[in-house]
Design a protein around this ligand. Structure first.
Ligand SMILES: Cc1cc2nc3c(=O)[nH]c(=O)nc-3n(C[C@H](O)[C@H](O)[C@H](O)COP(=O)(O)OP(=O)(O)OC[C@H]3O[C@@H](n4cnc5c(N)ncnc54)[C@H](O)[C@@H]3O)c2cc1C
Length: 398
């Protein structure tokens, strides 16, 4: 097992660092460093810069516009983006539906949708979860009934991240009820401007509207917008979920958070000294750093296996569980480091045009919102309990 980087990898690392230093817009970096959701305008502006550099789609095959990076290069880029507070491209287009389209879509669908994903001309959202169908996704009820060259879709999706921004939604719909629930699902690409679609906001613990409900009321969708075969959508859905769970450890981002906690602890008073001199506080940070290092080397081991042509099974689930636990522990400590100023959380209002001064030092704005939002990290992308079930079955054979 070789965990060291080659000279080419190190040269690539320098290239990524230089690109981020020169091309990452300061406002985008600042918002990400505070842990706030990107605005649509900022996300699209940054993604267009990435696309111009040819770095929009690290995981796509080169023939569709991918980077052709090795496994190690992808890892390095992920680390450097995390450390520099550079947002990764919004996942719904480039990481989720894009690979489904180039793997299972027809030529017309590839020609129509893939360039628009790379150019960020379409903002996609993910219509999987429904009330009552989250972990048990295959029980979904949103129905699509064939009518000539269209399907007529009725039902409801929930927790649809950024649906309010979206031009397109990829949806799992029920096209058959007669057999096993997994065998009656189809995968549709739906234009959000189609009559009959209503988006209603859900406000999260962070007081932000990133989540939504999406209602479908006699929505006509051309059959040409179905991916692959009717009733085979579960296969495409599972392929997508597999992609969703890779690169979920977020080691680079957590390393930046450690740095952030250290900086705040160096500035904050604790008794007669600074917080960074407080043994109890630093022990908590030290324990997280040890776990983070273990996670980093675990991820490197898995990458080394992938580079050697081996297949992963439950490993992404382990990365998801440990990665999200560490992210949550870090934002908890971040809030603790701020004392009473950590309690204030009105991120958008504080930054979007409000002219009164927010309380506390500048670095205190953002962590509470991020801390509250990240409670969701152990739920989205398949809850951590479900990941533990996967590990217990596939690794422990239970
Ligand atoms: C911030 C956020 C963003 C999201 N974005 C999207 C999106 O864009 N598109 C989309 O389609 N969905 C999205 N989701 C939905 C997400 O995928 C679901 O919330 C998740 O799959 C869990 O489903 P659920 O909420 O219905 O909870 P449930 O499945 O009802 O689970 C409730 C609890 O029971 C536990 N549980 C359930 N089944 C088992 C089991 N078999 N064994 C052990 N424990 C179990 C779960 O772990 C959880 O703790 C998002 C969720 C969040 C929080």
């Amino acid at each position: 097992m070789d965990l060291s980087f080659s000279d080419d990898d190190l040269a690539f690392q320098s290239e990524v660092r230089e690109f981020l230093q020169t091309s990452l817009p300061k406002d985008v970096q600042e918002r990400t460093a505070r842990g706030l959701h990107p605005t649509k305008e900022a996300a699209v502006r940054w993604q267009k810069i990435l696309n111009e550099k040819g770095w929009m789609a690290p995981n796509w095959p080169v023939e569709y516009g991918g980077t052709g990076w090795t496994v190690a290069q992808k890892y390095i880029a992920g680390q450097e983006f995390g450390l520099a507070a550079a947002p990764v491209a919004t996942p719904f287009g480039v990481s989720m539906v894009g690979p489904v389209i180039y793997t299972f879509g027809n030529q017309e669908q590839k020609d129509k949708f893939l360039p628009r994903v790379l150019e960020s001309d379409d903002w996609w959202c993910q219509g999987y979860s429904e009330p009552g169908s989250g972990s048990d996704l295959a029980s979904l009820q949103t129905k699509a009934v064939r009518d000539g060259d269209d399907y007529v879709v009725n039902g409801q999706k929930i927790w649809t991240t950024f649906a309010q921004y979206a031009d397109m939604i990829f949806c799992l719909v029920r096209t058959d009820n007669s057999g096993k629930k997994q065998e009656g699902i189809s995968f549709l690409l739906i234009d959000m401007k189609t009559p009959g679609i209503t988006v209603k906001p859900i406000y999260g613990l962070d007081k932000e509207n990133s989540l939504n409900e999406v209602f479908f009321d006699d929505v006509r969708v051309p059959v040409a917008n179905r991916i692959g075969e009717e009733n085979k959508g579960w296969t495409y859905a599972k392929f997508l979920l597999g992609n969703e769970r890779t690169s979920i450890a977020r080691v680079g981002r957590s390393k930046r958070q450690v740095q952030r906690v250290r900086e705040i602890a160096a500035a904050e008073q604790c008794g007669a000294g600074k917080l960074i001199e407080d043994a109890d506080f630093m022990t908590k940070l030290g324990k997280i750093e040890v776990d983070l290092m273990a996670l980093e080397y675990t991820e490197l081991r898995y990458l080394s296996m992938l580079s050697a042509g081996k297949e992963l099974s439950a490993e992404p689930s382990l990365l998801k569980i440990k990665g999200t636990e560490i992210q949550q522990r870090l934002t908890e400590l971040l809030v603790e480091s701020l004392g009473m100023y950590g309690a204030a959380y009105e991120p958008s209002e504080a930054y979007d045009g409000r002219n009164e001064t927010a309380p506390g030092p500048d670095y205190a704005h953002g962590p509470m919102a991020e801390h509250l939002y990240l409670r969701a990290a152990s739920i989205y992308g398949g809850s951590n309990e479900i990941q533990r079930n996967i590990v217990s079955k596939m690794v422990l054979g239970l």
